[in-house]
Design a protein around this ligand. Structure first.
Ligand code: SDX
Length: 431
């Protein structure tokens, strides 16, 4: 960390403490408050709006300008010039792979794409109509019951094996969730296919006839995974880090991340966007809906809009919008009414003072649901797809934390507002 001077905190009768300021490679400086405990006071920052929880070299976001870099590469360039396997290698290792390094990594991942056959019986314990994310949380967490050979988190080899197993198996499990829900037989992974094509195969192929998605669709889906791969210290990544800080095994940590991602304020927003578009129904209803969003007495929010960090356009949303056009054109759905409604909703919102003043722009979730729906993926699977893309980000951040000599168990404190000390009365004497 680069020293950027001192911040002096003064309070009470001439009390003060000097706190070092540090700068990073990019982005805001930080005030190191680790010594604040000596004052007998804590900082107070619900939702961590002004808190840097760690040092990281993986992803950089500039929310004011709308920049997103994975290991220094702008997301637009990665989405354009790389496939998801290259992006996985980059996030895990810090550099883009050579062709040979990429092939070696792909082969490693492909040796782990199947799941233990006994896991298949896990699915029989769920209702057919269980939400895919409920099944994902359970089955991914259960992976630690099968892979005892790679759970020593202090062994770099084990960390790499677990990372490759998770990147390889989460798509297999996600596709199994869909197949089980539909009452279809599981389709085994096809290691001669690319990561994206294999996922679409496991989702949509049948044992009865050949399945070959168009290269445009495969490339679009591959790009969607890249757009979701990592995003700094968001809620689910922070959950993975906090779970990992206790020494929990990586499968349990990723299961915790999947649970956090499920929320509609986070990864569940893409599913909520589609539901909201369906409720609005028609462009003529957009003004009335926008009025509801602006009404303080109405809790409805425009899903897919707004972001804790981006106060400008989410760069992923622009790539996703272009991908949406590509997929709808490829499938002859360019007149898709939902897409047209989304375009009109975005246009009206971006010209409305409420959204402009609050700096609310489309985020990655605004268009992703429309693309996924066009690919024939049911709404209930949208967040599971987000988890497929984000798994590499979670395991990269987890690996970085475990390898960081500074890391220790996460243990925030609180501002206590409860009862002060009082004595227990025997039950017969209570009012
Ligand atoms: C993801 O963190 C990440 O990086 C996440 C993510 C990733 O890749 O991991 O980018 C993925 O989760 C994207 C976000 C998906 N969620 C949604 O689209 C749900 C809708 N968005 C909101 O719920 C909201 O914008 C959040 C949760 C995303 C961010 O909320 P903040 O930063 O806590 O902001 P806030 O709730 O304090 O809102 C500030 C103001 C409020 O108005 P006031 O009380 O000040 O008058 O803006 C308003 C909010 O009411 N506001 C919205 C709004 N989002 C915020 N009003 C209408 N519609 C919205 N979508």
């Amino acid at each position: 960390m680069q020293s950027k001077g001192i911040a002096t905190l003064t309070w009470g009768e001439g009390k003060s403490i000097e706190l070092p300021i540090y700068g990073g490679a990019l982005g805001p400086d930080v005030i190191d408050i680790r010594q604040l405990g000596k004052t007998g006071m804590f900082t107070y920052d619900p939702g961590f709006l002004a808190t840097a929880s760690c040092q990281s070299r993986i992803t950089f976001i500039d929310g004011d300008i709308g920049l997103l870099y994975y290991r220094g590469y702008p997301i637009e360039q990665l989405a354009e010039h790389c496939d998801f396997m290259e992006v996985c290698y980059l996030l895990l290792n810090g550099e883009l792979p050579s062709a040979a390094q990429r092939q070696q990594f792909v082969t490693k991942v492909q040796t782990h794409t199947m799941v233990h056959d006994q896991l298949l019986s896990f699915f029989k314990g769920f209702r057919r109509d269980a939400h895919p994310m409920a099944v994902m949380v359970g089955v991914v967490g259960a992976l630690s019951a099968f892979y005892h050979d790679s759970l020593d988190i202090n062994n770099a080899e084990h960390r790499a094996t677990s990372a490759n197993r998770l990147i390889a198996k989460v798509p297999t499990i996600a596709a199994m969730c869909y197949r089980y829900n539909m009452g279809l037989p599981f389709m085994y992974p096809q290691n001669h296919m690319s990561y994206a094509e294999n996922f679409l195969y496991m989702m949509f192929a049948t044992p009865c006839e050949p399945y070959k998605p168009s290269p445009v669709i495969v490339r679009a889906f591959d790009r969607i995974l890249t757009l979701h791969a990592d995003h700094e210290q968001n809620a689910s990544t922070s959950t993975v880090r906090l779970a990992g800080s206790s020494g929990a095994n990586p499968f349990a940590c990723i299961s915790a991340g999947i649970a956090a991602l499920w929320g509609p304020a986070h990864g569940g927003a893409n599913e909520a966007v589609l539901k909201q578009l369906a409720e609005i129904g028609d462009v003529s209803q957009v003004p009335a809906f926008i009025a509801r969003v602006k009404d303080k007495n109405d809790s409805v929010r425009l899903m897919g809009f707004g972001h804790r960090v981006y106060k400008n356009m989410d760069p992923r949303a622009e790539v996703m919008r272009r991908t949406c056009h590509e997929v709808l054109n490829e499938l002859g759905l360019h007149d898709d009414p939902l897409f047209k409604l989304a375009i009109e909703l975005e246009r009206i919102a971006l010209s409305d003072s409420y959204f402009i003043e609050k700096k609310l722009y489309p985020n990655v979730d605004f268009y992703s649901g429309i693309v996924l729906r066009a690919l024939g993926i049911p709404t209930s699977m949208f967040t599971a797809i987000f988890a497929v893309g984000r798994t590499v980000g979670w395991v990269s951040q987890w690996t970085e934390m475990i390898a960081d000599p500074e890391y220790k168990i996460g243990r925030p404190r609180q501002l206590y507002q409860g009862q002060v000390k009082r004595d227990v009365l025997p039950i017969g004497k209570r009012g």
